[in-house]
Design a protein around this ligand. Sequence first.
Ligand code: FAD
Length: 733
Amino acid sequence: MTASPTSQGILDSIQNVTPDMEIAYTGFDTSDEELIDQLVPDFQPGGPLAPYRQKASFNWKKMMFFLDGKSVIKFKNTVFETLEQDPLFDRSQEVDKSLEELRELSFLRVRRLFEYNFLSDELLFKNPLFAWIMIGCILMYDTALSHKYQLNVNMFAGVIQASGTARHQSFVEKCKNFEIFGCFALTEMGHGSNTRAIQTVATYQPSTQEFILNTPQLEATKMWVGNLGKHASHAVVYAQLHTPDGVNHGLHTFVVPIRDVHTMKALPGVLVGDMGHKISINGLDNGFVSFNNVRIPRENLLNKSADVTVDGQYVSPYKKSKRFSISLAVLSNGRVAITGFGATLLKMGLTIAIRYSAARRQFGPKEDEEIPILEYPLQQWRLLPYLAANYCLEHFSKSLFSELVKVHVGHMFGDQSDYMWGLIREIHALSSASKPLGSWLARDGLQECREACGGNGYLAVNRLGELRGSNDPNCTYEGDNNVLLRQTSNYLLSLFDEKLKNPATIISSPIKSVDFINDYEQILQTRFEARSIEDCKNPLISLHAYQWLVCKLLVECNDKIRMESEHQSCMFDAINNSQVYHCRSLSLAYIELTVMKVFYEFLMRQQQESPNSQELIHVLTKLVSLYGLWSIDKHMAALYQGGYCSGELPVKWIHCAILELCAELKDEAVALVDAVAPTDFILNSPIGHSNGEIYKNLYSAMTQGKHVFERPEWWKEFSSPITVGSLPTKSKL
Ligand SMILES: Cc1cc2nc3c(=O)[nH]c(=O)nc-3n(C[C@H](O)[C@H](O)[C@H](O)COP(=O)(O)OP(=O)(O)OC[C@H]3O[C@@H](n4cnc5c(N)ncnc54)[C@H](O)[C@@H]3O)c2cc1C
């Protein structure tokens, strides 16, 4: 394939050959109301949610269309309806299952997904965003199933495609045809975050043209590998590559057969097992494996960035730093995806909690008149900022995914332009912070949703516990959140360092998330701009405050590391001593700013380009304002400390503006979740059902269980009398 100048050019050309390609993060024309009505069915009329639906200032169906567009809505409808009509996906299948049975059910379901093949090559070529939509649809149904699917398709076949060459294509084809089933094996018992210290070894043997894999000690046992416990036939394995001259060339990836595809038995030299029960997502079989002289052909080394010749020479067309960038791009895939997982799980929780809050009534101004709990400012303040955050985060994660697609297209066409390397670095920095932001927002937001539904939120059938549990490992896998944030601050500080060393340097990144740093000196002269509560509702107020904060933290982090390095014996300690209150805060402030900015700029463009959607943009702009103010409120100490704010008014105005925005958005809230919620079958929550009949649904779910009204099998135990205090206790002091 010949090299093309830039990935942007390649993307443009793809769009030219498929003129109907929809880039679903650009906003859709909502003028065809008939089409919208056809695509999105109405809710059951009346019911407890009807008053809120009537009070909304916009049509929720139009909002759904604006955000997703025709093709995506059709695709989602197809997936959701297909699952609903297939008895294998009947929810009652999951009840009272043992661990083994849960694993089996997930396997049967993932196989069925392949039989349906929702994601044809044609569809993916038309719009790669469908890969994203597909994972989201399955995630909303069941996290374990979605992970099982995407670990095989994205983290196994996807990594092979990204890091391998034509000689590996047969693995990808077999994976597509469900002839082999894959997993991604990086983590070891002894090392996860510190990937450089991974100990599995792959030694090349020229006489047989094979790599020999070994697990040198217990700590090198691969662990936590999703799909490996029971099903995976193959793994992408990360190991230290040793050539016959005794040189260790560092971590490389290999395709390693694990089980015989006909018997499902482990292959010679492979000791593989299931890790057992986890805190959540137990339909996914996480496993461990160790290798004892396992031989694989030389060609199983994924050789896009480096290879070993038949006679054992290590060769690479790239310098070490570029090889590192290529591996970054591969790891970014998972982090970008997890940013979206957080948004998707939180969206489900918010749908349940907001619908419940609109239907549930407690207390009231008069004895005989109770009001919906959504009317309480406290309930609004607990939920609506998360709703605002979720809209921003979901948009950001889609747009980051679209940037990642450019990288993959660029790889495919051998694009080695500076633009491409810059894009890889920037996506790495952004995803290393957006994954923590997304998973932490979901962690805190889902807990709030659970509590906001009171005791009923705690009942498993209502699904908030499952959603909360499903999000939990998002904070850890694909890189522990706190460790990942260091990657982002390293990126920012290296750019800033260049600027300090040479003030003429112009910082310019492909996504433009850092370009404002060029003006850091002027930005640091600015002060809080609002003069009233109303002013604060302009999203630019918090955007500007964030820019100031990031610049301030850059200067402070840089000073802190310099000062620490003067007092510490090594840079390792200097950097570690600068994480808390400095580098970590910098990464978080930068990503909060970027998430907000990307959505705000999108809305500003739509204001010009979408005359039919102005009422939607109006309410979405309120969400951006709320997200910005609520987030910046957490940094008030730094804003005052650095002199950006002074006096008592800024913080008072910000708090009042947050509460006013919550009050303005409470009548929009039900319609806002309706616009992003999946079907009731997929949501699967009696108290979150779109009909709002929380009590009827709950009672029906509660009374349908198999043993609800039965006397327990152990009833006789109670009837046989005991003598209280008749047994001696353990030794008394
Ligand atoms: C459900 C689940 C599924 C997974 N699936 C897979 C999979 O399919 N394939 C795979 O390869 N792996 C998988 N993993 C493993 C996962 O990627 C690792 O757990 C993760 O990378 C963190 O590594 P660790 O567990 O070794 O934690 P550690 O690196 O030991 O971290 C433990 C703690 O130490 C802190 N810490 C570590 N280093 C520093 C530092 N420099 N500064 C400050 N604090 C530090 C961390 O913040 C963290 O709180 C999975 C894990 C889970 C929970």
